[in-house]
Design a protein around this ligand. Structure first.
Ligand code: PAF
Length: 283
């Protein structure tokens, strides 16, 4: 497995693979890889001849008071995980390689990005769409893999690929959880022992919301209340949002008539965690 730091190296390698008629999968990440990322790489390895994992903590998707500087990084561990999982290439550029002096072009989306995480993170999806577009242009993959843990991101990327005719298949992969239900996330490392125990409230609350939908409740406000009450029963938690939105357009719904995303963002101490489930009306 190679590690490339420059766009030119990646382009050269992909050109070579294309000459050999090989397919290419891309797993975009910000590193500090865990089982969730591994599941994306595993799937990509199964479905493509070659797999590129990008490891890049993207400065443009962090707001001024967010955790860009302190975001956890461990390139040695990441390389070992990628190698063991069968990735062919890691793309690990410096910010100056991705954003040249005088950089001024951004990909923005006028729908899907205003609600949920977009409310408290107003520039986040502009940064995500920009860096993912750049990665798509650099790697030119056949398929790209994203986790459902960041459900809004997955919906936004699918929409962007459709709008901008990227011609890349976007593969959404299930949330990977710890044994006690906490969704795996690089940010879980910020939690101390007491907060780590409290953080299970997200998945517990979502489970109750899902059970209500499964037993026929269709009033979104009632389901949201069930989830909200459960989260509030944990004293270390502070809700950012609890939302039920149409899974196709991310617009809030009153009655659950179609597939919906039930998503939460909750502070446990100072750490903001997200989790969700998708409820399929026909399942
Ligand atoms: O999900 C992430 O880790 C990031 O938002 C992504 C897609 C790698 C873009 O920086």
């Amino acid at each position: 497995m190679k590690i490339a730091g420059t766009v030119a190296e990646v382009r050269e390698q992909v050109k070579q693979w294309r000459k050999e008629g090989l397919t290419v999968g891309l797993v975009p990440t910000m590193g500090f890889l865990h089982e969730g990322h591994k599941s994306l790489i595993d799937r990509a390895v199964k479905e493509n001849d070659r797999v590129v994992v990008s490891v890049f903590v993207n400065p443009t998707q962090f707001g001024p008071n967010e955790d860009f500087e302190s975001y956890p990084r461990d390139m040695d561990k990441d390389s070992a995980l990628c190698e063991a999982a069968g990735a062919s290439l890691i793309f690990h550029p410096e910010p100056s390689e991705m954003y040249l002096d005088g950089y001024s072009t951004f990909v923005d989306m006028s729908t899907l990005t205003g609600g949920l995480c977009g409310k408290t993170r107003p520039i986040h999806f502009r940064g995500v769409c920009t860096v993912v577009s750049k990665l798509f242009n650099i790697v030119t993959p056949d398929r790209a893999y994203f986790g459902q843990k960041d459900a809004q991101q997955l919906a936004v990327i699918r929409h962007m690929v459709r709008d901008l005719n990227f011609g890349i298949e976007i593969v959404g992969c299930p949330i990977i959880r710890e044994e006690d239900g906490l969704a795996k996330s690089s940010r879980n490392t910020y939690l101390n022992a007491e907060e780590r125990a409290a953080a299970t409230i997200l998945s517990k609350a979502l489970k109750e919301g899902k059970a209500a939908l499964e037993s026929g409740e269709r009033d979104a406000a009632k389901v949201k209340q069930i989830v909200t009450d459960k989260i509030n029963s944990e004293k270390l938690s502070k809700i950012d949002y609890v939302e039920i939105v149409d899974w196709n357009n991310l617009e809030p719904v009153e009655k659950v008539m179609d597939d919906v995303l039930c998503a939460v963002a909750v502070y446990i101490g100072k750490t903001r965690l997200i989790d969700n489930f998708i409820f399929s009306i026909n399942s």
